[in-house]
Design a protein around this ligand. Structure first.
Ligand code: ATP
Ligand code: MG
Ligand code: MG
Length: 576
């Protein structure tokens, strides 16, 4: 249904990209493969792509896999699929920060020898406090040889090595805290999901003896010499570069000319350039410069954009999965009926702004409505519960089939057939507001005069009678009614409507997500739809007259299985 929807104005914002060589601009989208893409990531990917192509360059994808604990390959595939879903072309090959671990181990040694890195075993908490107060570590001025020796222990993963990290020696008194000797390499007990323990300098002889007998020969281990109860070193530990250390190096090595970063990292810009310069000074081949360009992080009302928190929604089963229509994921919003073009326009409209402002979903959905309204077909549905028969005493004796446009203002959308019958269905809610003797308009038919309204003791309308009054003017009536013929070819529908997953407009970082969950973010009602709805396909977008826009999630089944339709917000907050 999305095909052919009208174009918006994109690409008209000004950006202040420095050091541009036309045609040679390379940007990269750097997702961490620890979850599916949310629309904040979509903003990052769209901007990377847009800015590169605006300058005749290209975008690459590099998975930032420096944090081994949460990552896996299922997410890699999902992220690539989402980038494609966003209509973005990237120039391969797809790379991983971990591809460069061997070079980064070599780099560390060079940086230590240059006196740029020092080994530090200050406990984490103390180090944090010292950085805040600008206090130098007592290890800061240790001899290079000492740092090198500790580095070897770190690489081997000895217990002693594990207690240390390597820090950049920058300036502990700098007003910019990110320059107060940040950590460059640290040990981590989680084997990397891609590299495993490949980069261990030495294998634990116990493991070799016990678990990998085939390797005994290769490593020259004699099981007889082994203490059968003890590992010779902490064999699960690995050295990893931190993001701050890996990012500038890998960007430069890959020839990324412009690194886009969200503006809350503005403080880290100076650090990025410092680290890159230090790396350039010791690296054997030339490392080119990288220019940072910052943009604002996307935040939306009543929404968490954090993989960790979104994972919580999936794992606690508050949603059906990453593609649940309530999820602010790329898959979720598309499944709910957002058109790619609306998302692109919305994001590019924020353009180069550096301020993180809380955006309204209504704005995005209003842009979406402008795209779908002129081109989506109109259909009719009547809620099942309490539906009422109106008998038209002068109505057609036999069902009459007529052809009517699917869209009153756009003939290109085509025609559908409507059946007019002596008895028609009305919705209870509509029946409630009609009084005896009132003239009403039946949409796609003409006027009728309602003569009798029968109600039960509770006030529910149980039946109505009246006559067609086709010569009456549509302009003279207050009530315009959607209706369905009483026939056996109506389509059963499940209409689903969604609300925000959380109740707080502006969630804070340390809010407990459990406390914010909207207990009723999904409502469902059964309805009947006109016979034309049999032809709807998955992802078709339509309007149900007087109800709103919908997207088909599951088409009607051959055996009378209901079609499942998701309500598409139109930017007007409707609250019960
Ligand atoms: P999250 O925890 O929400 O997934 P992240 O920054 O840890 O955020 P990454 O996978 O590292 O997730 O992000 C990939 C890219 O998307 C990065 O360049 C990051 O800066 C950017 N990004 C993440 N969230 C947003 C956002 N809300 N708005 C704009 N860009 C974002
Ligand atoms: Mg990140
Ligand atoms: Mg994150």
């Amino acid at each position: 249904a999305a095909a052919g929807m009208g174009g918006g104005d994109t690409g008209s914002f000004k950006i202040d990209l420095r050091n541009v060589v036309k045609g040679a601009v390379k940007t990269r989208f750097p997702p961490e493969p620890s979850g599916f893409m949310h629309i904040g990531h979509a903003k990052a990917a769209l901007l990377n792509y847009h800015i590169a192509t605006l300058h005749g360059g290209h975008m690459a994808i590099r998975f930032d896999d420096t944090n081994p604990a949460k990552e896996n390959t299922e997410y890699v595939d999902a992220i690539i699929a989402d980038v494609e879903r966003l209509g973005l072309k990237f120039k391969g090959p797809i790379t991983y920060t971990s591809d460069y671990f061997p070079q980064m181990l070599d780099l560390a040694e060079r940086l230590i020898k240059a006196g740029t890195l020092y080994a530090d075993d200050t406990p984490v908490e103390q180090m944090r406090a010292e950085r805040l107060e600008g206090i130098e570590s007592k290890r800061r001025n240790r001899p290079v040889e000492e740092s090198l020796a500790v580095w070897k222990e770190m690489v081997e993963g000895t217990l002693q090595g594990k207690q240390s990290c390597m820090r950049f020696k920058i300036n502990m008194k700098d007003n910019n805290y990110t320059l107060r000797d940040p950590v460059a390499y640290r040990c981590n007990d989680t084997p990397h999901w891609r590299t495993g323990t490949k980069y261990k300098a030495r294998l634990c002889t116990f493991c070799v003896a016990e678990e990998m007998p085939s390797l005994q020969e290769i490593f020259g281990v004699n099981p007889a010499e082994q203490n059968p109860n003890q590992h010779s070193l902490d064999c699960s530990s690995e050295v990893y570069p931190t993001y701050d250390c890996a990012c500038p190096f890998v960007d430069a090595l890959e020839g990324v000319t412009h690194a886009l970063r969200t503006s809350e990292y503005k403080d880290r810009e100076a650090q990025f350039y410092w680290v890159l310069k230090a790396q350039q000074q010791v690296f054997m081949t030339g490392l080119p410069d990288v220019q940072i360009w910052d943009y604002s992080r996307l935040a939306l009302v009543n929404t968490v954009l954090s993989k960790r928190k979104l994972t919580w929604f999936v794992e606690s089963k508050h949603v059906d999965g990453w593609d649940d229509p309530r999820m602010p994921t790329v898959q979720g919003v598309f499944r709910r009926g957002l058109q790619l073009e609306a998302l692109r326009d919305f994001i590019l409209a924020q353009g180069a702004s550096k301020n993180t402002t809380l955006q309204e979903w209504d704005k995005l959905w209003t842009m979406n409505k402008r795209l779908i309204d002129p081109v989506c077909p109109r259909h009719v549905a009547v809620k099942s519960e309490g539906r009422v028969k109106l008998r038209l005493n002068n109505g057609p004796a036999e069902p009459e089939v007529v052809s009517v446009p699917k869209h009153k203002k756009n003939p290109d959308v085509g025609v559908k057939s409507t059946t007019r019958t002596k008895e028609i269905w009305l919705e209870q809610e509509d029946a409630q507001i009609i009084s005896e003797g009132e003239e009403v308009t039946l949409m796609d038919w003409g006027n009728a005069i309602v003569q009798r309204v029968s109600k039960d003791d509770s006030g529910m309308v149980t039946g109505m009678e009246g006559v067609l009054h086709l010569e009456g003017s549509v302009k003279s009536t207050k009530v315009k009614l959607t209706w369905l013929p009483v026939t056996d070819v109506l389509i059963p529908l499940r209409l689903l409507d969604f609300d925000h997953l959380i109740t707080k407009k502006k969630p804070e970082e340390d809010d407990k997500i459990e406390d914010l969950v909207n207990p009723k973010s999904r409502t469902e009602c059964a309805a009947w739809g006109d016979a034309n709805m049999q032809d709807l396909r998955k992802s078709d977008v339509l309007q149900l007259e007087r109800k709103g826009y919908y997207i088909v999630d599951v088409p009607a089944g051959p055996g009378g299985q209901p079609a499942v339709l998701f309500s598409i917000p139109d930017g007007h907050q409707k609250k019960p």
